[in-house]
Design a binder for this molecule. Structure first.
Ligand SMILES: [Zn+2]
Length: 327
C-alpha cells in the first residue's frame, strides 16, 4: 500500500513538474509571439514611414523638375526676345554701317583739321542708338573715370531709369530719332518733324530735359533720306536745334564682328588728327565690344597731354558733314 502511495505521489510530482514546465514553455512562447508581433508591427510602421518619405521625395523631385522646366521656358523666351530685339537693332545698325563707311571715306579725303594754335584738344565721346542693356555699364565706366559724354538716344519704353541716369550723372542727352526707322522718318519733312517732336516730348516728359542737339541717323550726309537734307537742316535751324556729326568713327556699327581692340584702335589712331574730336560710338545690346573697348579709349585719351574729354554743350563747335546752304 505504502509503495503504491509512494508511486502515486511520485507520479503526481512528475505530473506537476511537467505541467510547470509546459506552463513555462507556453509562457515563453506567448511572450516570444507577442515580441515578434510587436517587432513586425514596428517594422511595418517603419516601412510605411519610409514609403511615405520615398513618395514625398519623388514629389519633391518632380516639383523641382517642373520648376526647372518652367525656368528654362522663361529663359528661352527671354533669349528669344533679346534675339528678336537684337536682329531689329542689327538691321538699323547695318544701315548705319554702310553710311558710316561712306562718311569715313569723306573724312579721310577731307583731311585733318588740327589747329596747333589752340593748344587744347577737345574730345567728345558720343553714343548713338541707346538706351540699351549696356547703358548702365557704359555709365558705370564713365563714372569710374570721372568722364562726361553725350548720348544721342532713341525712343524706347522700359528704360526710364537709364534716360534719367544719363541726365543725373551730368552727361548730355541728345536726340537721335524716336523710331530710328530710316524708311519712315526720312520719308518727308513732315515725317521727320513728327519723329523728332515725338522724341523731344518723350525725353522732356521722362527727364525734364529740353534737348536742343541732334544727330541725324546716318549723319547729315546720309544717302537714305528721301527728303533733301537741307530742308531738314532749315527746320532744325528754325527750331534752334543744332546737329552734330562726327569726325572719328569707332567702327563699332560694322555688320561683321569688330573686336574691342579694333574699336579702340579705330578711335586712338585718329583722335590725334584734330583739335576738336567727336567720336561716334554705339550704345547697343548688339555691341558689347564697345563697352569692352571703352576703358582703354578713356585711359589713353586721359593720359595724353593737353587733351580733355567733354560732353557736348551749347558752346561746342559742331562737326557737320554737310553745312546749311546760305539762304
Ligand atoms: Zn543710329
Amino acid at each position: 500500500m505504502a509503495g503504491e502511495e509512494q508511486k502515486k505521489r511520485k507520479h503526481t510530482a512528475l505530473h506537476n513538474s511537467a505541467v510547470i514546465l509546459l506552463g513555462t514553455l507556453l509562457t515563453v512562447i506567448i511572450v516570444l509571439c507577442i515580441f515578434i508581433a510587436c517587432e513586425i508591427r514596428s517594422m511595418q510602421s517603419q516601412i510605411i514611414v519610409l514609403q511615405q518619405e520615398v513618395i514625398s521625395l519623388g514629389e519633391q523631385v518632380a516639383a523641382e523638375e517642373k520648376k526647372q522646366q518652367a525656368e528654362l521656358v522663361v529663359e528661352n523666351e527671354k533669349i528669344q526676345g533679346a534675339a528678336e530685339a537684337d536682329s531689329e537693332e542689327q538691321a538699323s545698325l547695318d544701315v548705319d554701317f554702310l553710311e558710316n563707311q561712306l562718311e569715313l571715306d569723306y573724312i579721310e579725303q577731307d583731311g585733318g583739321t588740327w589747329d596747333e594754335n589752340t593748344g587744347i584738344r577737345r574730345v567728345y565721346l558720343t553714343f548713338d542708338d541707346g538706351p540699351s542693356t549696356y547703358t548702365n555699364e557704359i555709365l558705370d565706366i564713365l563714372n569710374e573715370y570721372g568722364v562726361k559724354a553725350t548720348f544721342f538716344v532713341v525712343g524706347k519704353e522700359g528704360y526710364t531709369e537709364e534716360y534719367q541716369r544719363i541726365v543725373e550723372e551730368g552727361h548730355t542727352l541728345g536726340m537721335h530719332s524716336f523710331s530710328h526707322k530710316y524708311q519712315e522718318m526720312y520719308q518727308s519733312l513732315d515725317s521727320y518733324k513728327e519723329d523728332l517732336t515725338k522724341l523731344h516730348e518723350f525725353l522732356y516728359e521722362t527727364t525734364g530735359v529740353d534737348s536742343r542737339i541732334v544727330r541725324f541717323p546716318g549723319g547729315s550726309s546720309n544717302k537714305t533720306s528721301k527728303v533733301d537734307m537741307q530742308e531738314l537742316i532749315s527746320y532744325l535751324t528754325e527750331e534752334n536745334i543744332v546737329y552734330y556729326d562726327w569726325n572719328v568713327s569707332s567702327g563699332d556699327a560694322s555688320n561683321v564682328y569688330v573686336s574691342a581692340q579694333q574699336i579702340a584702335n579705330n578711335v586712338l589712331n585718329n583722335v590725334w588728327k584734330y583739335d576738336s574730336v567727336i567720336v561716334l560710338m554705339h550704345d547697343s545690346s548688339a555691341k558689347y565690344a564697345t563697352v569692352q573697348a571703352l576703358p582703354t579709349i578713356i585711359e589713353k585719351i586721359l593720359e595724353s597731354e593737353n587733351t580733355v574729354l567733354l560732353p557736348i554743350s551749347e558752346d561746342t563747335v559742331p562737326i557737320q558733314h554737310i553745312k546749311a546752304e546760305c539762304q
